[in-house]
Design a protein around this ligand. Sequence first.
Ligand code: PMP
Length: 458
Amino acid sequence: AKKLFEARSVTLLSKKQFSQKDVNVDQFFKFYNESGKCEDRYKPLKDRDYDRFLSTRASRREPSLTRQMTSLAYKVGKDMISLAEGMPNEQVFPYKRLALDTRFSSLVLEGKELAAALQYLPSQGLPALLSELRKFQSEAHRPPELPRDILVTNGSQHGIYQCVELLLEPGDPVLTSEFAYTGFHGALRPYQPEILGIPEDKDGMLPETLDSVLADRLRRGLKMPKMLYITPTGSNPTGTVLPEDRRRRIYELACKYDFLIVEDDPYIFLNYSDHNVPSFLSMDTCGRVLRLDSVSKVVSAGLRGAWITAPKPLLERLELHSQVELLHSCTLSQAILLELVKNRKSFASHLTFARDFYKQRRDALHSALNPLQRLAPFEYPTAGLYFWLRVNGVDDVYNMVFHTAFERGLMLVPGQAFLYDTSAPCPYLRLTFSKIRLEDMDAAVSTLADVIRYEQQR
Ligand code: PMP
């Protein structure tokens, strides 16, 4: 068999494999036809061979730039300083051991409770958690009386995916801000939608432009969008907080042009100003809002604690999706979330702690960044985790992020990560202060200044 292999110079098995004692000679002959050629179907599949098995949807998925940055950071290790990762800081997680911290009533599960926490659930969620969340939502948002309900999801990302799956047909137009959360674009890609990215100023989406885009489509008889996706508080990536009058105006437009609003608000608990802006849910007199909440940024990202609040007929559809997609979100996580939310006083005090923690970091990065205003102007974010810088004199920051900054040990996220077309040139950078050590901030910003100057002169 060894001679045969060499004579026919077949490549199915490497010589090394072949010389191993345990090669099965019968198996070897089975792979070859009479003329000594290896039949294709017995050859190991190459990467591109799998394309023919993929659904159109799966083949349209693309890697997310921000996720790539995270893997890169793991690979290159400790020498890098990162202003890139939008991860929460572990120091805000309220756990010392798996048992909850003493600021919460300690979670000890045993007997029937433990059995329930390790058991299957109805797809909508843990019943006791659902009733706590219903109370929590009505205290926080006081939504107008309408038949609404809650579905527990595996993080807001799951909620986003669920909403996209619920509402979108391939090729549909979708309303969003010009720069939007990468996870939303990622969920959309398999549908190849027509993106209607509405420009923003320092206060977020411009309702007048939204109105004129929609009026124009109506006039031209074009298909009208059914869905607007928006992150109203501390937007990722621009850091804007949409003021109340704009929210009201956008809500009116939803009624006028008949679309639904997906309100993705994971940074609501990180509002550093004393002013709370009413949510879209709180003004939802017509049942047009699907609101996504998440405790990822303030309790634990790994817990995947999140929920959708939506009009009942839509929620029933979402639940049907959950039934076949994952049966239900993790029971144990829901049991932990229940323990946190039901102890409202401790929960509120934890949220204050998390907010103060990030506020201090926001202020520290702001002071460090201040001298950069001329090189790369930015607004002062009053919520969330991000600064959004427009780099003067650089049309496209891609090279700057992946070469110039990277070589100097600084990780950044380029603005195009938040465009649907991530290959489009973009002069913006997103910086986050969530994980960087306070003592590294000045060094990071001074490297950033050098990098910008270098790029400006190229
Ligand atoms: N929406 C936005 C705007 C986000 O920034 C993130 C996290 N970066 C998510 C959703 C996903 O959050 P979760 O951990 O709840 O899935």
